[in-house]
Design a protein around this ligand. Structure first.
Ligand SMILES: *Cc1c(COP(=O)(O)O)cnc(C)c1O
Length: 370
C-alpha cells in the first residue's frame, strides 16, 4: 500500500530535521537510567503549560487517559451526562463511558465541523454535568458561546484538544478555556511523541493534583493509595522526545497553515466544498477536510491517481457498534451523518512540497470534468 505518489501523512521530513536532537534525548535518558516520573516529565510539563498559557500540565500515558482522568478527577460518574459532538474520534466518547457516565451525542455545524452551540443548549437536562467540545481537525470551537452556555447552566467545560495543539481562539490557546483539557501526543498529531503519550492542562491546582495521583495508582505518597487509580504516566523517554519537538510546533503548524491556504485558494471545483474557519481563530489544520456529494467516487479517483486520502470519520459515534445498546437510530443526527457520508481528508503534513501540492490541487480540479 505504501507506494502512494502522495501519502496521506509522512512523519519523516520533520523527524529528519530533529534526528540529532532526538538521539541526544534518548542518550540522556539512557545515561540517567530513570524512566518513569522524573526530570524529563517535569520539564516537559513546565514547557507545555507555558506554551498553552495555563498554570499546570500533567503528563499521561495517552490522550484517552488524559480525558478519562480529568472526568474522574472532577467527579463525573454513573448517572451524569456529558455533551460531546457525534462526529469525533471514538476516544472522546470512550473517556465518558469509561467513567460510567452517558455521552450525549450532539450535532456539529455543517460548515465548521465543530459542535454547534445551539444544539448543545437543546441537549441540556438536569443530569448534564459537562460539555466536552472537541477542537476538531485543529479548528477551535466557538468558545465564547460554549463558555456562555456553561455559565448559564452551571456546567463544567472539558476541552478535547487532541487535534489542536497551539490553535488559537481570539488570541488564546485552546486548552486554556475550560476547567481542564486533554491532549494526545499520538505520533500523527501536530505535536506527537515517538509512541503513545498525552497530557492534561488546567489552571486548577486541585484538578492537576488529582489527575496526577489518579494516573499514578491513586497514590499521593509511595504505597499510600487514596483513590482507586490507574497506571497512566508520561514516560521519561517520550517526555524527552516531546521536549525536542515542542520548540518546532509553531513552525510545523505554520507549514500546515501554508498548505491549507494553498488548498483553500487553489481548489476550485463546484463539486467540492472547502472547509470554513470561523473568524478570529487560528486553525492548526490537523486535518484538511473537504466535502463532496460523490465522496466515494472522489476518493477512488484520487487514490487511482496515487493520492492517499482518509475519512474522519466514516461512522459517527452514535452509530458505532460499541454503543448499539444506546439504541440511537440512524437519521437521528442527520448533520453528523451527512458529514460522515460526504467528508474526505486530503494529504496534510510537514514536508509536503510545492509540486506535490500542485499535483493534489490539479487532480481535485480535474474531478468530474469528463
Ligand atoms: C487522538 C484523539 C484522542 C485520543 O488520543 P490517544 O492519544 O490516541 O489516546 C482523543 N480525542 C481526539 C479528538 C483524538 O483525535
Amino acid at each position: 500500500m505504501e507506494e502512494w505518489k502522495i501519502p496521506y501523512t509522512n512523519l519523516r521530513p520533520m523527524e529528519q530535521e530533529m534526528e540529532g536532537e532526538l538521539r541526544e534525548a534518548f542518550e540522556r535518558v539512557l545515561a540517567r537510567s530513570w524512566y518513569i516520573l522524573g526530570e524529563e516529565d517535569r520539564e516537559f510539563e513546565k514547557a507545555f503549560s507555558e506554551y498553552c498559557g495555563v498554570k499546570y500540565c500533567v503528563g499521561t500515558g495517552n490522550g484517552l487517559d488524559a480525558l478519562m482522568l480529568v472526568l474522574k478527577a472532577i467527579g463525573v460518574k454513573a448517572g451524569d451526562e456529558v455533551i460531546i459532538p457525534s462526529n469525533t474520534y471514538i476516544a472522546s466518547a470512550l473517556a465518558v463511558t469509561y467513567v460510567n457516565a452517558m455521552p450525549v451525542f450532539t450535532e456539529p455545524d455543517i460548515q465548521t465541523f465543530n459542535i454547534d452551540p445551539v444544539e448543545i443548549e437543546s441537549k441540556i437536562t438536569d443530569k448534564t454535568k459537562v460539555i466536552m467540545p472537541v477542537h476538531l481537525y485543529g479548528q477551535p470551537c466557538d468558545m465564547d458561546s460554549i463558555m456562555h452556555i456553561a455559565q448559564k447552566y452551571n456546567l463544567i467545560v472539558i476541552e478535547d484538544c487532541a487535534q489542536a495543539h497551539g490553535a488559537l481562539y481570539k488570541g488564546k490557546k485552546v486548552g486554556s478555556f475550560g476547567k481542564a483539557a486533554g491532549f494526545s501526543f499520538y505520533p500523527g498529531k501536530n505535536l506527537g511523541a515517538l509512541g503513545d503519550a498525552g497530557a492534561v492542562t488546567t489552571n486548577d491546582e486541585k484538578v492537576a493534583d488529582k489527575v496526577r495521583n489518579l494516573g499514578n495508582y491513586g497514590s499521593n505518597y509511595k504505597y499510600h493509595h487514596i483513590y482507586k487509580g490507574n497506571n497512566s504516566r508520561l514516560d521519561e523517554l517520550q517526555a524527552a522526545f516531546l521536549r525536542v519537538k515542542l520548540p518546532y510546533l509553531n513552525r510545523i503548524n505554520s507549514e500546515r497553515r501554508r498548505i491549507a491556504e494553498r488548498y483553500l485558494s487553489e481548489i476550485i471545483n463546484p463539486e467540492i466544498i472547502l472547509p470554513y474557519t470561523i473568524p478570529k481563530t487560528e486553525c492548526v489544520w490537523h486535518v484538511f477536510s473537504v466535502r463532496c456529494k460523490r465522496r466515494n467516487e472522489l476518493e477512488l479517483f484520487l487514490n487511482n491517481q496515487g493520492i492517499a486520502t482518509n475519512k474522519h470519520y466514516p461512522i459517527p459515534l452514535h452509530l458505532q457498534e460499541c454503543y448499539k445498546d444506546f439504541k440511537i437510530q440512524q437519521g437521528s443526527l442527520p448533520i453528523a451523518e451527512e458529514i460522515s457520508a460526504t467528508q474526505l481528508s486530503l494529504p496534510m503534513y510537514y514536508g509536503l512540497t510545492d509540486s506535490e501540492i500542485d499535483y493534489v490541487v490539479e487532480k481535485l480540479n480535474e474531478f468530474g470534468l469528463n
